[in-house]
Design a protein around this ligand. Structure first.
Ligand code: ZN
Length: 371
């Protein structure tokens, strides 16, 4: 049985993922002995240090690139199966927790990652989308994964801040130790602080095993982390670093020119690492949308993106009607873009009797159409 422990107040539980004091629980490993299965090309190479899994559900997460980009060491987490570091946590969560999740609240990358793993495990998934907040491209991505979608504005929290995710995230520290060994520190783009917490946990364990000392940990974009949680992270040795928007955007463009598409907060990490020194690692976190935009398909053009925007309510439209709504394009350009979007499977078209004449009408292809 897995035992959870609150890192803040020390309370233990065998069932609660969040402590009564509000902190995410963590898993206390049964024994800390460093061991790597070098043949295993995923986070499960550290299986003996991860929670027990009845059946491992892996899509090949982890073992992400560590390389220098213009002199700066980067660990490219966009190389994970759905394009997000969350895959590490999803794999542990789906493999090791006997959760009975049927419904997931939509929380961008987290849901896409978790849903992909649940589907891989053969479980049924339904995603609850708040229609007031969702982006049309995210809906399209979900529908490509063939995930059923329900719409609701109810407030629930996605399962992200939990001990299994933390176990997955700690493998980033393990990989840095295994493949780099010595380095001065890591810069982590932080939204909730959970990723940073997982990485710190990994380094704490490595330290406890006598393998390395805790490197310096810098958090960038930490303003979204709750006050008490940031104080807690600081008590574990994390430092915060602020950068101005101009530096961040310059790094963002620089990385994009080299074909590295990351969230702006990762560009911030890159920028910070370049200032701290050559032995600092910038963690680059991408978006799970990356695959959809630049992976299996060519990136969407600005016009294609605008067309999807005007079609977002799912109504049928003729090319002419679409052309009138997207500004600054030629009708021919709109036809071309529609053809491309159809081939990508993002929109469907059919010939219909429309105001007494046969016309081709287009509509957005989402699961929403069917509900
Ligand atoms: Zn507690």
């Amino acid at each position: 049985m897995t035992l959870f422990k609150c890192p803040r107040c020390g309370a233990t539980s065998s069932s609660d993922w969040v402590c009564k004091c509000g902190f995410p629980m963590e898993i206390v490993p049964e024994k800390l002995i460093w061991s790597v299965d070098e043949r295993e090309p995923s986070i499960w190479r550290y299986k003996s240090l991860l929670p027990h899994a009845e059946r491992i559900v892996s899509l090949g997460e982890g073992l992400t690139d560590l390389r220098r980009v213009d002199g700066v060491l980067v660990k490219d987490e966009t190389r994970n199966p759905t394009g997000s570091y969350v895959d590490r946590g999803s794999s542990v969560m789906v493999s090791s927790s006997n959760m009975a999740i049927g419904e997931l609240e939509f929380l961008r990358d987290v849901t896409i990652s978790l849903a992909s793993y649940l589907i891989a495990s053969g479980k049924e998934v339904r995603v609850i989308v708040n229609p007031e907040e969702v982006d049309v491209s995210e809906l399209l991505y979900l529908s490509q994964l063939k995930i059923p979608i329900s719409f609701s504005v109810r407030e629930t929290r996605a399962s992200y801040e939990n001990p299994f995710m933390i176990e997955g995230f700690k493998t980033i520290a393990y990989e840095l130790y295994e493949f780099k060994g010595k380095f001065d520190g890591v810069v982590i783009p932080s939204e909730s602080g959970i990723l940073a917490y997982g990485i710190i946990k990994g380094f704490r364990e490595l330290e406890e095993m006598g393998l390395m000392e805790m490197p310096r940990i810098y958090l960038v974009h930490y303003s979204g982390i709750g006050g008490e949680f940031i104080e807690f992270l600081k008590s574990l040795g994390a430092r915060t670093m602020s950068l101005d928007t101009k530096d961040t955007m310059e790094s963002f463009i620089k990385l994009a020119k080299m074909g590295i598409y990351v969230k702006p907060i990762s560009a911030m990490a890159y920028s910070a690492a370049s200032r701290l020194g050559s032995e600092y690692v910038a963690l680059l976190t991408g978006s799970s949308m990356r695959r959809w935009r630049v992976g299996s398909f060519a990136p969407l053009t600005e016009l294609q993106r605008r067309i999807l925007e005007v079609m977002r309510d799912g109504k049928e439209m003729t090319a002419y009607q679409i052309w009138r709504l997207v500004e600054g394009a030629t009708l021919q350009g709109v036809y071309k873009a529609l053809l491309k979007l159809s081939r990508m499977g993002l929109i469907s078209s059919e010939r219909k009797l429309y105001k007494r004449r046969m016309k081709r009408v287009y509509r957005l292809r989402t699961s929403a159409n069917r509900l």
